[in-house]
Design a protein. Structure first.
Length: 116
């Protein structure tokens, strides 16, 4: 069982930046990802990072604006979000993939609201 705790969400103006963090319990390292869900919409993939941090993937909608990274010493994954649009408003969730590409554990999420 892996517990995940996200933080860093909040209210920001369009064009601004936020940095989300996701701390995982335990010492085991896994591939991790960020997803988001806006009201009335399905959850969608945002970004992922391999266990060692040497491979990343992004949704087209966030490429060149968002950066996923990790600190294995802290077992924490980050999502740096720049040039935010109102369309980025959503609840952001991090998840762990014990055996990618399936995600097995999910956090409770952190709300990001971008005002236009």
């Amino acid at each position: 069982q892996v517990q995940l705790v996200e933080s860093g969400g909040g209210l920001v103006q369009a064009g601004g930046s936020l940095r989300l963090s996701c701390a995982a319990s335990g010492r085991a390292l896994y591939a991790m990802g960020w997803f988001r869900q806006a009201p009335g919409k399905e959850r969608e993939f945002v970004a992922s990072i391999s266990r060692r941090g040497d491979s990343t993937s992004y949704a087209d909608s966030v490429k060149d604006r968002f950066t996923i990274s990790r600190s294995n010493g802290k077992n924490t994954v980050y999502l740096q979000m720049n040039s935010l649009y109102a369309e980025d408003t959503a609840r952001y969730f991090c998840a762990v993939a014990v055996y990618p590409p399936k995600y097995d554990y999910w956090g409770q999420g952190t709300q990001v609201t971008v005002s236009s």
